[in-house]
Design a protein around this ligand. Structure first.
Ligand code: MG
Length: 227
């Protein structure tokens, strides 16, 4: 359930020691992923299978939806095999669309100045991550990247969060998570993570949609105090 009214975040930065950040839709513009999976892959699939693009898109979206919220959904090797296409190579062909959201670098610098421990925590497959981080120069700003495949579960799954806590040894009361997927925030909330923030505009080409349950931001500038 999402609506037009924004619950504004009120962050007491003295209470936060660790910041967990999602990648796609949160730090990076999801337009790349939307274009890739909803346009570029269907166009290529239609050519190979001699289909109309709309029919190719319909078939593919049905396949993607079956895997939503699981590790297989983000697994490029899985899709290369199922679709019989070189998915990493197709991603590289359109990597010019990979872009960082406004105010992200400022926010990462802010966290570093404040001495926060920052981790990138993503469902993205290691091959996707290599392509994206090559284009988006962000790697100097965090302690570590945690790919969901290392934990063995997707971030939407409840058991992901206790496993991540053991893996990183953070104090969950003093930890903030910023993510554009409400199901991920729900799982982290059930685990008792201290501060949850929803990203209301994951794609620069789509309308903003605020969460009804969690504080939302459109831009990371909203998390930085004006001092
Ligand atoms: Mg995301």
């Amino acid at each position: 359930m999402e609506q037009d009214v924004q619950i504004k975040p009120q962050i007491d930065w003295h209470q936060i020691s660790t910041v967990l950040l999602d990648l796609d839709g949160t730090l990076l513009d999801r337009h790349f992923d939307d274009y890739f999976w909803h346009c570029f892959v269907p166009e290529n699939y239609a050519l190979i299978h001699n289909l109309e693009i709309d029919e190719a898109r319909r078939r593919l979206i049905a396949k993607f939806d079956e895997r939503q919220g699981t590790l297989a959904w983000a697994d490029l090797d899985h899709w290369s095999q199922v679709l019989e296409m070189d998915i990493p190579e197709l991603k590289r062909q359109v990597d010019a669309l990979i872009d960082i959201h406004p105010h992200v670098v400022e926010f990462l610098m802010f966290c570093r100045r404040k001495g926060k421990r920052v981790y990138l925590v993503t469902n993205a497959h290691h091959k996707t991550l290599a392509i994206k981080l090559k284009k988006a120069a962000l790697t100097d700003y965090w302690e570590q990247v945690v790919c969901a495949e290392e934990i063995g579960l997707a971030k939407e799954e409840a058991e992901f969060w206790p496993r991540l806590e053991r893996y990183l040894s953070y104090d969950k009361d003093r930890t903030m998570l910023v993510d554009d997927t409400e199901r991920v925030l729900d799982a982290a909330c059930a685990h008792g993570l201290g501060q949850l923030v929803h990203v209301a505009r994951p794609s620069s080409r789509a309308a903003q949609r605020f969460s009804t349950q969690y504080p939302s931001i459109v831009y990371f500038s909203e998390l930085m105090p004006p001092y």
